[in-house]
Write a protein that binds this ligand. Structure first.
Ligand code: UDX
Length: 455
C-alpha cells in the first residue's frame, strides 16, 4: 500500500521504517528539514536499537523516502499522523498545535485522491475528543475516513513494539459501521495480524482513553512503589525486598515496581499531566485527583537525592559530584524530563561541581543544559569525585566494581538512585552507601538495637 507518515519524530520515524519493513511503499514527512536530510541519508536522529537497520533496508529497497513537501503525499492511500503533543507552556494540557497544523496541510492535498477511499490514522497521544474533532473536519472530504490507532512503544524497544505489539487498538467513529476503514488498516497491518496479534475495535474516545490510561497506570505503579520507598526510609525497611515480594503476586506483577529516582522521558510525565487537565476540562477532574499525587511523589524522589547529597557532604557548594547517567532510562539517548539531569542541575544551582557521564546521551544533555560538565569516559568521570550518584541504570554502572571504583574517587560515597547495586558489596569495599528506600546502615548494625526491657 502507499502510506504516508506525517511527523517523523521518535514514534513516526520508527513507524515509517516499520511500515516499509512490512513491504509498503512509505513516505515520511516532517517540517524539520535537518531531520529529513538525516533520515534520507540513512542516519538515525536518535539512539534506538535496530532502527538504523530497518531504516537503511527501507531506503535501499526504494520502499522508504522522506520529504518536507505535502504535495508528495497526495497519492497515498493511508496517512498516519504521528505528531508530538508536548505539554503546553501555560499549563498541564497537551499542545495540539502541530497535530492540527498537519491535519490542515494534509486536507489541502487530500482532494487529489478524487474521492477514492483514503484513510487518515491518528497515532499521537491526545485528549479524548481530539479524534472526533479531526474526523468531523477531514471526513467532509469525499472518500476520507479517520481512525485512531494509539501507539504503545517503549523507547529502547520501539522497533519490536511496533512490529510485534501486544495489541492493536482501532478507534473508529462507529464500531458497528466501520468495515471499510477497518479493512484498510487490517491491510496495512496484515504482516502483524497474521501472527495472531489481538486487534480491538472501539469508539474514538475509548481508544484515546486506552492510551492515556495505560501510561497513567504505569506511572501510578512506579509512584506507588516510590511512595512505599518513602515509608521504608522512615522505618528502616528495604523497598527492593517489598518489590520482590509484591511482584510474586500474579495479580500485581513484578514489572514497573522498581523504586528509585522515578519516571521521566517524553511520555509518562507529560501524559499524566495532560490526562489531569483533560479530565478537569471535562468536569471529571476529581476522578484523576490521585494522578497529581503520582506526579508529586515522582518529583519528591528527585529532591530526595539532592537531600541525600547534603546529608552525606554537608553544604554541596564547591564539592565534586559525579552523576552516572543522563538519559531518562538506560539504552536511550533521550534526556527529556530526565530525573538524572534534574538532580544534576539542582546540585549545580546549589554550587556543586557536577560532572555528568552517560554512554549515549551526553550530546543531548549538553544541548539541554548549557555549561554542564560532561565526560564520556566513566573512569575519567569518576576520578576525584567526593560523591557518586547512580541515577540511570546503564549496565556498565550496574556492573561497576566497588573495589576498583574506590581507587578512582576522592572519597568513597555513593547514592544508588535506582536500587541496582549490592549494599553489602559496596559497604564491604569501604563505601558510605545510601540508596532510595533502603536502610542507611548495614543490616547487622540496625539489628543491634538496644534490648527491650523485660518486665
Ligand atoms: C512509556 C510507556 O512504557 C510506553 O508504553 C508509551 O508508549 C510511552 O511511554 P518510555 O517513555 O519509553 O515508554 O519508558 P518506560 O520504559 O515506560 O519508562 C518510563 C520511566 O519510568 C523511565 O524513566 C524509567 O526509568 C522509569 N521506571 C520504569 C521506573 O522508575 N521504575 C520502573 O519500575 C519502570
Amino acid at each position: 500500500m502507499k502510506i504516508s507518515v506525517i511527523g517523523v519524530g521518535y514514534l513516526g520515524a520508527v513507524h515509517a521504517a516499520s511500515m516499509a519493513e512490512l513491504g509498503h511503499d512509505v513516505i515520511g514527512l516532517d517540517v524539520d528539514a535537518r531531520r529529513i536530510d538525516l533520515l534520507s541519508a540513512g542516519e538515525a536522529p536518535f539512539h534506538e536499537p535496530g532502527f538504523t537497520e530497518i531504516l537503511r533496508r527501507g531506503l535501499d529497497a526504494g520502499r522508504l523516502r522522506f520529504t518536507t513537501d505535502y504535495a508528495e503525499l497526495a497519492d497515498a492511500e493511508v496517512h498516519f499522523l504521528s505528531l508530538g503533543t508536548p505539554q503546553r507552556a501555560d499549563g498541564f494540557g497537551a499542545d495540539l498545535t502541530a497535530l492540527h497544523a498537519a491535519a490542515g496541510s494534509l486536507a489541502e492535498v487530500l482532494p487529489a485522491r478524487a474521492g477514492r477511499p483514503t484513510l487518515v490514522v491518528g497515532k499521537s497521544t491526545v485528549p479524548a475528543g481530539t479524534a472526533r474533532g479531526l474526523a468531523d473536519r477531514l471526513e467532509r472530504l469525499e472518500g476520507v475516513r479517520v481512525m485512531w490507532n494509539p501507539e504503545f512503544l517503549r523507547e529502547g524497544f520501539a522497533v519490536k513494539d511496533t512490529l510485534d505489539p501486544d495489541r492493536l487498538v482501532y478507534g473508529v467513529r462507529d464500531p458497528d459501521g466501520a468495515d471499510t476503514e477497518i479493512a484498510m488498516l487490517d491491510e496495512v497491518y496484515a504482516g502483524i495480524l497474521e501472527r495472531d496479534v489481538e486487534r480491538l475495535v472501539m469508539g474514538f474516545e475509548t481508544a484515546e482513553l486506552v492510551k492515556v490510561s495505560a501510561n497513567a497506570f504505569l506511572a501510578t505503579k512506579i509512584s506507588f512503589i516510590n511512595a512505599i520507598a518513602e515509608l521504608c526510609e522512615a522505618t528502616g525497611a528495604d523497598v527492593t525486598d517489598i518489590s520482590r515480594a509484591l511482584g510474586m503476586d500474579d495479580r500485581i506483577g513484578s514489572k514497573f515496581l522498581r523504586a528509585g529516582v522515578g519516571f521521566g522521558g517524553g511520555c509518562l510525565p507529560k501524559d499524566i499531566r495532560a490526562f489531569i487537565a483533560s479530565a478537569e476540562d471535562l468536569g471529571a477532574g476529581q476522578a484523576l485527583g490521585f494522578l497529581r499525587e503520582v506526579d508529586a511523589v515522582n518529583q519528591r524522589r528527585r529532591v530526595r537525592v539532592v537531600e541525600l547529597a547534603r546529608e552525606m557532604l554537608g553544604p554541596v557548594r564547591g564539592r565534586r559530584i559525579t552523576v552516572l547517567g543522563a538519559a531518562f532510562k538506560p539504552d536511550s539517548d533521550d534526556v527529556r524530563d530526565s530525573p538524572a539531569l534534574e538532580v544534576a542541575s539542582r546540585l549545580t544551582s546549589a554550587g556543586a561541581h557536577v560532572t555528568v557521564t552517560d554512554p549515549e546521551a551526553l550530546a543531548n544533555a549538553a544541548r539541554r543544559f548549557e555549561g554542564m560538565t560532561t565526560v564520556a569516559d566513566t573512569t575519567e568521570a569518576l576520578r576525584g569525585a567526593e560523591l557518586v550518584l547512580l541515577l540511570t541504570e546503564w549496565r556498565e554502572y550496574r556492573e561497576l566494581d566497588p573495589v576498583a571504583t574506590a581507587q578512582l574517587v576522592a572519597a568513597p560515597r555513593i547514592v544508588d538512585g535506582r536500587g541496582v547495586l549490592s549494599p553489602r558489596d559496596w559497604r564491604e569495599a569501604g563505601w558510605e552507601f545510601r540508596a532510595l528506600g533502603r536502610p542507611d546502615a548495614p543490616a547487622a548494625d540496625t539489628a543491634s538495637a538496644p534490648e527491650l526491657a523485660l518486665s
